[in-house]
Design a protein around this ligand. Structure first.
Ligand SMILES: Cc1ncc(COP(=O)(O)O)c(C=O)c1O
Length: 408
């Protein structure tokens, strides 16, 4: 991508003020950095129209309400949703999935029903279902993936009793993009609801509800240049109408008496209390930023970086790579281990070189157990990363090996 050098200037944190050297940020699967356009939108809100929304008749509140609702419409357009009322703001993917587990699950999942997840899930898309199954006497079943991203036990796992399938579009731990076609077909045949965890996928590839038609789609604004505190929950209208509120309080009702309540219109029925107004509005600026970049061009750049990183890492002895090396099924995440060195030690030494990577189990312990690992070092790319940064990383990894091999 030609404009990478230029757009890096939009990200003040990359200058590395805190660490006194340019920051090499390779932990984008955890959260991405924010451009000035997003940061200044936050300040603009607090400086000019900080107020609560949907409630007041005065000018700044009207301005805030319009700006907040414009982002809902922007997201509906981004996803090609039929109706902006199908977009609910939450605080993040975790909250969105818990909302579904309570609002949909409590009402619709019964004893003996089955919920299906995959072995690639982040804990956020595993634990709410495990807990729901335990509360309801339902059964949690797990799709097993192979190294190509195909699921090998679809027929054994998805059947008449399957009520909900909750699967990731891309693994946060290893970057694998699973092949969900047959899962979709089996799910539709079983009449199951389908939830797609887009926390990793949507920031890289976007998503078209016109092409793929799940009942639920969830993702987090902070993983795509937006501020922390904004999650997007898409629910298909017919499913939304089957759901009870999650949180009870202000704004989600129109009439309250001691005996009766009338819920507010959709989507407000699911947005009780004061939402993250400033964050939602500045997430709108993040979407505008991504729109200008062109997401296809961005993913081509990330594919280039991923391929380059594989090539460079493969040149170093004693590095075991866990992620798939084919960018058709890897969205820009490389998990690896430096043999005989604990991932935390690798991460600590890289940090001294100004390189931020993730180490540990990446909130995906079922997958780590399957791979026979307790953890990995994980690098994950976004639009501002460069090949030069990968070269610095590779040299720093050689230093890690020197330190540990010299000690022996
Ligand atoms: C695939 C996946 N699902 C869910 C989550 C949880 O997202 P959040 O922490 O924004 O709620 C993450 C976060 O890393 C993720 O990668």
């Amino acid at each position: 991508m030609d404009q990478v050098k230029k757009l890096r200037n939009d990200f003040p944190i990359l200058k590395g003020k805190l660490i006194g050297r340019p920051l090499i940020y390779l932990d984008n699967a955890a959260t991405t950095q924010k451009p000035n356009q997003v940061i200044s939108k936050l300040c603009e809100f607090y400086e000019n129209y900080n107020s609560n929304i949907h409630r007041a008749v005065y000018a700044i509140s009207e301005e805030a309400t319009i700006a907040y609702e414009q982002v809902r419409t922007k997201i509906a357009d981004f996803l090609k949703a039929e109706d902006p009322a199908e977009i609910i703001f939450t605080r993040g993917t975790t909250e969105s999935i818990n909302l579904i587990a309570y609002s949909y699950g409590e009402k619709n999942i019964k004893k003996g029903d089955e919920i299906v997840v995959s072995d690639l899930e982040h804990h956020s898309n595993f634990l709410p279902w495990k807990a729901l199954c335990e509360r309801k006497g339902a059964k949690l079943k797990v799709l097993e993936s192979d190294e190509k991203g195909d699921f090998v036990n679809i027929k054994d796992v998805i059947g008449k009793k399957t009520k909900l399938i909750a699967v990731t579009l891309m693994s946060n731990a290893i970057g694998l993009i699973p092949n969900l076609k047959e899962v979709f077909e089996a799910g539709k045949k079983a009449g199951a609801k389908i939830l797609l965890d887009g926390a990793q996928y949507v920031p890289h590839f976007g998503f078209s509800l016109e092409e793929t038609d799940p009942d639920f789609l969830v993702f987090s604004g902070h993983k795509m240049l937006g501020p922390m505190g904004v999650g997007v929950l898409y629910v298909k209208m017919e499913t939304l109408e089957e759901m009870d509120p999650f949180l009870y309080g202000g704004e989600m009702v129109t009439e309250v008496t001691e005996k009766d309540v009338t819920w507010n219109d959709l989507p407000y029925k699911f947005e009780a209390g004061t939402p993250s107004v400033a964050d939602v509005i500045s997430f709108g600026a993040a979407l505008d930023y991504l729109d200008k970049i062109d997401m296809t061009e961005m993913q081509n750049h990330i594919n280039d970086l991923t391929e380059y990183a594989f090539k460079q890492l493969n040149k170093i002895d004693e590095i075991s790579i866990v992620s798939p090396d084919n960018t058709d099924i890897n969205g820009g995440v490389i998990a690896f281990n430096v043999d005989d060195v604990h991932p935390h030690d690798v991460g600590t030494i890289l940090d001294k070189e100004g390189i931020a990577v993730r180490t540990g189990h990446h909130c995906a312990q079922p997958l780590m157990n399957k791979l026979g690992l307790t953890g990995t070092v994980r690098i994950s790319f976004y639009l501002y990363n460069t090949k030069e940064e990968i070269e610095i990383l590779v040299n720093a990894l050689k230093k890690v090996q020197e330190i540990f091999f010299n000690e022996e």
